[in-house]
Write a protein that binds this ligand. Structure first.
Ligand code: NA7
Length: 542
């Protein structure tokens, strides 16, 4: 096949590689480095004009990580983690992008990355056990292995608002933010959505804009970040034994927050006073570890209510206008949608130039050339910001024409929802790997930790295939079926399926409702290790 394609001029002689990697974010960059370390040839295809993935695209004001910067970094290189200096407790988007550029330069990664090329198809050829990868520039490459490092939140969701194309002002999406600075000074601005991106950007937009109107569908929970400059002594402490610090975090359910810890006690097992003291302590500390105050917040609805009630009271105490406060008070299960980490979000609604519209009471009817009509009221805007999230976890993969054995299309295979083994492989798609795919802890964890785990697993697996003179590895249907059942079972023990989250695909009209990530990082890592120890149980080699 390769020889025929070369003859036809479709591919050049140097176009065959061991591994084709799709995406140059945290996952793709590390996979490339690991591939080189194994002595393999690799090429990365990136749709963007530079590296960074999530941190390349999400440039909206206030964009920063909700995991602490000393944890949100690669652990694979001792010198790298010692030399890099984070400046703030939660790193901003520009700083994370600088970090990734530093990594790319330090390990000379760019020479293997092709930018501005979106992979449109990957077809498996059974006879040669190779993948033919194609880009939107009609470039074709043959590879023995394909690694989809395409990110979990990389396909933006733009709702089909009536008349959206008629809007004559500036229409922006937080997930596809322009590279040049957007100046909101003196402008009338609308933000649609109140997820994490909105909650980070709204306080900053409000400071600049003449007037900001926030259109909210579901009020969201946010805990304070208490961001600030990093204490050099605390950083030195981490760096003195980074390995132990990382290990401790890997043993946490979400692979982060070991220093704050998780209390192994029910929220119902303590007195009201003790519960309040613990929740206040965590609120004052700030960040996602707020959820670790008790061990059943995401397992027991009554426990959840106790903790959720604490946050609701906080919202009421921060927001001056009781009517606005009640609109902002979240009613859903706390943590069912990803908890947001904010800096001044709720207090922003005390500003005179900020208004809140609950679209359940005043639905968005249509966009107009000068703004939008909601609840029968026409409003004029210079800028409308869509903070409406992503077609998470499957969106990007389903847009690529991926065909496995016997021409099996991924779109057909996943029609009723994603099916994987370990979130790493798909039966019928030999030698194709997913990094943080559906069915793995991924978005419920510190993504960098999950990415590193998958990169190492895939690297070891490919080394195993090569060392044993094998051609291909593929998950069996039985193993995959059992894994899908396992993920559903674990999710059913939690409160995650109780709200319309993107974890469930519920934010995308028509998308199958399947809980996609697997809760529990340490247990998952143990399972992956055990499967390898059992000679790659659930996989077949050819
Ligand atoms: P999210 O968290 O998915 O938030 C999207 C927001 O947009 C959310 O408030 C949605 O309301 C709202 N939305 C979505 N569709 C509509 C329509 N059609 N009309 C009105 N409002 C809508 O995305 P983010 O970018 O904020 O954050 C993604 C992740 O990045 C986040 O979890 C962190 O991990 C970082 P809904 O709640 O669905 O009612």
């Amino acid at each position: 096949m390769a020889a025929y394609a070369r003859l036809m001029g479709e591919i050049q002689d140097d176009d065959g590689v061991d591994i084709a990697i799709v995406g140059a974010g945290f996952a793709g960059l590390h996979m490339l480095h690991r591939a080189r370390g194994l002595g393999l040839t690799a090429r990365v295809f990136e749709a963007g004009s530079d590296i960074g993935g999530t941190w390349f695209w999400n440039r909206y004001p206030g964009a920063r990580c909700d995991i602490e910067s000393v944890e949100y970094s690669y652990s694979f290189d001792h010198d790298l983690e010692q030399e890099w200096e984070w400046t703030e407790r939660y790193a901003t988007q520009p700083e994370i992008l600088r970090y990734l550029n530093h990594v790319a330069d330090r390990f000379d990664l760019r020479r293997s990355i092709t930018f501005n090329k979106r992979v449109t198809a990957a077809h498996f050829d059974h006879d040669t056990a190779t993948w033919r990868v194609q880009t939107d520039a009609d470039e074709r490459v043959e590879a023995r292995f394909v690694v989809m490092a395409t990110g979990c939140l990389s396909s933006t969701n733009t709702p089909s608002f009536v008349g959206i194309a008629e809007f004559g002002g500036q229409l922006l999406h937080t997930g596809q933010w322009p590279h040049e600075t957007v100046d909101f000074t003196g402008k009338r601005v609308a933000v649609i959505g109140t997820g994490s991106s909105a909650i980070q950007s709204i306080p900053i937009i409000a400071e600049q804009a003449a007037q900001l109107t926030v259109f909210q569908r579901t009020p969201n929970y946010a805990v304070p970040a208490h961001n600030g400059p990093l204490d050099p002594a605390a950083v030195a402490d981490v760096k003195a034994d980074y390995e132990t610090f990382r290990d401790e975090n890997r043993r946490m359910i979400g692979a982060f927050g070991a220093r704050v810890g998780r209390n192994e006690i029910s929220a119902q097992a303590v007195s009201d006073d003790d519960r309040l003291i613990e929740l206040e302590r965590r609120w004052e500390h700030g960040g996602l570890s707020f959820l670790g105050g008790f061990n059943d917040v995401l397992l027991n609805q009554d426990s959840n209510e106790l903790v959720a009630g604490f946050v609701r009271d906080k919202v009421r105490s921060i927001v001056d206008n009781p009517l606005v406060a009640e609109k902002l008070v979240p009613r859903t299960t706390l943590g069912c949608k990803r908890l947001c980490v904010d800096t001044g979000y709720y207090a922003t609604f005390n500003r005179d130039n900020v208004a809140l519209v609950d679209i359940n009471d005043e639905p968005i009817e249509r966009f107009t050339s000068t703004g939008l009509i909601a609840g029968g009221v026409a409003r004029q805007f210079d800028v409308i910001v869509l903070a409406t999230g992503f077609d998470a976890m499957t969106g990007t993969l389903m847009k690529i024409d991926i065909r496995g054995r016997d021409g099996l299309a991924l779109q057909a295979k996943w029609e009723a929802g994603p099916r994987t083994y370990l979130g790493l492989q798909i039966s019928g798609f030999p030698n194709l790997f997913l990094i943080t795919g559906p069915g793995s802890p991924s978005v419920l964890t510190n993504m960098v930790v999950s990415i590193e785990h998958h990169v190492n697993w895939i690297g070891d697996c490919i080394a195993h295939v090569n060392e044993h003179g094998l051609h291909a590895i593929e998950a069996t249907v039985e193993a995959e079926d059992q894994w899908v059942d396992h993920v559903n079972l674990v999710a059913s023990f939690t409160l995650f399926p109780t709200c319309n989250s993107w974890y469930l695909g519920a934010n995308i009209p028509g998308k199958q409702r399947v809980f996609m990530p697997l809760p529990g990082f340490p247990g998952y890592v143990d399972q992956c290790d055990q499967i390898v120890a059992d000679d790659y149980r659930g996989f077949v080699f050819t």
